[in-house]
Design a protein around this ligand. Structure first.
Ligand SMILES: O=C[C@H](O)COP(=O)(O)O
Length: 247
């Protein structure tokens, strides 16, 4: 099977003013990367960023959604609202949400069901802590998260899995290339087990301190089909350099 088209996704997390978000979006659209590009701004910036991306090939995504389609859920945002604003993806189960909001695999799965129902492609995040890695538990931990988080119909809906070792996020540390390759090989085996043959074409992203300087080596690894980028996605030049490394 040919390698899937890489996806380079920028997670802007809770950073920036509206003016900075608009400027960043304008910087990112000035690009014709071979990879698919996606930006995921904070909720208040989604609408103006959608306007800045209009007519470009850069996709828009949310950083989370509620598992219900609508209702009395103060402070939450539904998958339908994201779709209505022009989003096509939503990040779910990021380790920061799992930690900050005690999100379980079951809740992430319920959110993914809602996302698919709204026509969004879920990007489900998994990854081990440093203690789990040092205990030799990275692969079983990630396999357990996948089994608990992936909903039925995930591959058919264009779902994406992002492997983000918690200890690599925002730290400047990354696993060795051999460790990323081994983990992604185990991810591929798991998605084939969970999703059947459709799992062969499902994109597996690596995330955690991806920078212009290490992107080419990471993105060249087997079963790495793109990157989920945090800090380096806040500078258009760095994000585009990572995108160029995926060619
Ligand atoms: O969602 C993105 C990741 O958490 C990676 O963040 P980072 O590139 O700043 O390490």
């Amino acid at each position: 099977m040919p390698r899937p088209r890489p996806l380079i996704a920028g997670n802007w997390k809770m950073h920036g003013t509206l003016a900075e978000a608009q400027a960043l979006a304008c910087g990112v659209v000035a690009c014709d990367a071979a990879a698919e590009l996606l930006v995921c701004p904070p909720f208040p910036h989604l609408h103006p960023v959608a306007a800045a991306l209009a007519g470009s090939a850069v996709a828009l995504g949310g950083q989370d959604c509620h598992h219900a389609a609508k209702g009395a859920h103060t402070g939450d945002v539904s998958a339908w609202m994201l779709r209505d604003l022009g989003a096509s993806y939503v990040i779910l189960g990021h380790s920061e949400r799992r930690a900050d909001h005690a999100e379980s695999d079951a809740l992430v799965q319920a959110k993914a069901v809602a996302a698919i129902a709204a026509g969004l492609r879920p990007i489900i995040c998994v990854g081990e802590t440093l203690a789990q890695r040092e205990a030799g538990q990275a692969e079983p931990v990630v396999a357990g998260q996948l089994a608990g988080s992936l909903p039925p119909g995930f591959a058919e809906a264009g779902g994406v899995v992002a492997y983000e070792p918690v200890w690599a996020i925002g730290t400047g540390r990354t696993p060795t290339e051999a460790d990323i390759a081994a983990l992604h090989a185990s991810l591929r085996a798991e998605v084939l087990r969970l999703c059947g043959a459709q799992g062969a074409g499902l994109r597996l992203l690596y995330g955690g301190s991806v920078k212009p300087g290490n992107a080419k080596a990471i993105l060249a690894l087997a079963d790495v089909n793109g990157a989920l980028v945090g800090g380096a996605a806040l500078m258009a030049a760095d994000f585009l350099a990572i995108a160029a490394a995926a060619a």
